[in-house]
Design a protein around this ligand. Structure first.
Ligand SMILES: C[S@@+](CC[C@H](N)C(=O)[O-])C[C@H]1O[C@@H](n2cnc3c(N)ncnc32)[C@H](O)[C@@H]1O
Length: 418
C-alpha cells in the first residue's frame, strides 16, 4: 500500500514551502507561554518527518546556523532535489535522508523539536503510530512536537468531494488525467447541483458545499488535488481522538500552533458565555470549538506527559521578544488620554486600544519594526518615558498576540541581527 503512495510522490512531487508555525522559534514561544522551559534555540536539534524536498526545513537550518536539522522522506526524487539545494547553499547543519518513516530506528538520535506537517492523515495506521513512537522515544524531556492533521467534523463534508473525485478518477491510469478528471467531476457536480438548488430537500446546502470547495480549489495546482484528495490513505479524526491516541504514547496536549484558535473569547458573546457551562476541561473545550467551526485542519503541539504545563500566562512575556507590524490608523498620536486609538496589521486586522501605555508601546513597536525587543525592555522604556508603572501591559499584549497584532518570539529573528 505504502509503495503506491511512495510512487505517487516520486512521479508528482509535493514541493514543500516554509511554514512559520512549524519554526522552532514559534514552538518554543508557545511552549514558554504555557509555562514550559523549552530547549534553547541556539543549538537546537530538529527532526522533520516527511520533509519532502526540504522547502520548510532548509530555511530553518539557514536561520539557525548552530542548530542541527534532519529531514526524512521516502520520495527519492524529492530528497534528491532538496540535497541539491543544500549543496548550492553550502549548508552543513542539515541532512536529508531517503527513508520510510517505518524504517527509522528509535535510536535515531534525540531531538528538541519534531515537525510533521501534512503527513499524519495521509498515511496508514502503522505509520501514524510510528510518528507517535518517534515523538515518544526521540523527543527530549522538555521538547515540543508539532503534528498537523485533517479533522472532523470539517472533513465529513470534504469527504463527499474526495469520494466523488476518487470514484471518477479510478478509471484513468496516468496521474495528470486523474487530477483533471477529479477537477471536471467537481465542476460538473457544482454546476449540476446549482441547477437543482431551488428544489426542496436540502439541495441548497449541498450546492453551497460544492461551490465553496470549487472556489477554494480553483487556483490549486494538480499536485495538490492528487495528494489532498486522491491519495489512497486519508484518515481525518476528531481532535479528542488524536489526543487519546497520543496519550497511548505518553504524549500530552500542549497547545495549538495557531494561538488565536485557542481563544473562546474571540467568539460572539452568547457563545463565550455558553462554552464554560458545557465544560471546564480544555480538551473538551477545544472539541466544542471544532464543532462550532466545522474544523478541517489542526496544527497541534504535543509534549511528554511528564512535562509540566500551565494555562498561558501574560507573566511569561518577560521571557519573550515582542514585535508588531501593526501601524496606527490615525497619524495623530494620542498617548496621554484613554481615548481609543486604532492599529492595523498588514492583513487588515484592526484593534482599538485605550490604555495610554499600551498605545505608547504600539507606537514604539511600529517605529522599530521589523526589529523586536525583549518585552521587559519595552516595559522599562515605557515606564521610563512616562514615570508610570504598567501593570496591564503584558495582559493587553498577550490579548493582541491572540489576534495577530503582536508577534512574540523566544529568540529575536536572525533577519534582525544582521
Ligand atoms: C503532503 S506531503 C507534505 C510534505 C511536507 N511536509 C510539506 O509540508 O509540504 C507528504 C510527504 O510525506 C512523505 N511520506 C508519506 N509517507 C511516508 C513514509 N511512510 N515515509 C516517509 N515519507 C513519507 C511523502 O513523500 C511527502 O513528501
Amino acid at each position: 500500500m505504502t509503495k503506491t503512495t511512495q510512487q505517487t510522490y516520486n512521479l508528482v512531487p509535493y514541493p514543500s514551502s516554509p511554514k512559520r508555525l512549524t519554526h522552532p522559534n514559534h514552538l518554543a514561544t508557545i511552549a514558554t507561554l504555557f509555562g514550559m522551559e523549552p530547549p534553547p534555540l541556539e543549538n537546537c536539534r530538529v527532526l522533520e518527518i516527511g520533509c519532502s524536498d526540504g522547502g520548510n526545513l532548509i530555511p530553518m537550518a539557514y536561520s539557525l546556523p548552530n542548530g542541527q536539522f534532519v529531514g526524512i522522506d521516502f520520495s527519492e526524487t524529492q530528497i534528491a532535489h532538496g540535497k541539491q539545494v543544500i549543496d548550492e547553499l553550502g549548508l552543513t547543519n542539515i541532512t536529508l535522508q531517503h527513508k520510510d518513516i517505518l524504517d527509522i530506528p528509535t535510536d535515531f538520535g534525540m531531538f528538541d523539536y519534531i515537525v510533521c506537517y501534512g503527513v499524519y492523515s495521509w498515511v496508514p495506521q502503522a505509520v501514524r503510530q510510528k510518528i507517535f513512537t518517534l515523538c515518544q522515544q526521540t523527543l527530549v524531556p522538555n521538547g515540543v512536537a508539532y503534528i498537523s492533521y485533517n479533522t472532523y467534523p470539517g472533513w465529513h463534508m470534504r469527504t463527499i468531494i474526495r469520494d466523488m473525485m476518487q470514484y471518477r478518477s479510478q478509471h484513468f491510469s496516468d496521474l495528470d488525467s486523474k487530477a483533471m478528471q477529479a477537477w471536471a467531476m467537481l465542476d460538473f457536480m457544482a454546476d449540476g447541483v446549482g441547477m437543482l438548488r431551488n428544489r426542496p430537500d436540502g439541495y441548497e446546502a449541498y450546492y453551497l458545499l460544492l461551490e465553496r470547495e470549487r472556489q477554494r480549489l480553483q487556483h490549486k495546482p494538480n499536485f495538490y488535488i492528487l495528494h489532498e484528495f486522491l491519495e489512497e490513505n486519508n484518515a481525518p479524526c476528531y481532535f479528542h481522538e488524536f489526543i487519546a491516541d497520543a496519550a497511548q504514547f505518553k504524549l500530552q496536549y500542549l497547545a495549538e500552533a495557531e494561538f488565536s484558535m485557542m481563544q473562546p473569547s474571540l467568539f460572539p458573546k452568547p457563545i463565550v458565555e455558553a462554552l464554560p457551562q458545557l465544560t471546564d476541561n480544555r480538551i473538551q473545550l477545544e472539541q466544542y470549538m471544532d464543532f462550532l467551526r466545522n474544523r478541517h485542519f489542526r496544527q497541534t503541539l504535543l509534549c511528554h506527559v511528564k512535562a509540566s504545563i500551565d494555562a498561558p500566562s501574560a507573566s511569561q512575556l518577560h521571557n519573550l521578544y515582542i514585535a508588531s507590524a501593526a501601524k496606527p490608523v490615525s497619524p495623530q498620536a494620542d498617548v496621554k488620554s484613554h481615548a481609543a486609538q486604532q492599529f492595523r496589521n498588514p492583513v487588515g486586522t484592526v484593534v482599538s486600544m485605550g490604555d495610554p501605555l499600551a498605545k505608547m508601546a504600539m507606537y514604539h513597536l511600529a517605529e522599530i519594526y521589523p526589529k523586536s525587543m525583549l518585552f521587559s525592555e519595552l516595559v522599562m522604556t515605557i515606564e521610563h518615558a512616562t514615570g508610570k508603572s504598567s501593570p496591564n501591559l503584558a495582559q493587553i499584549m498577550l490579548k493582541n498576540f491572540a489576534v495577530d497584532i503582536i508577534e512574540l518570539y523566544r529568540q529575536p529573528l536572525s533577519l534582525e541581527e544582521g
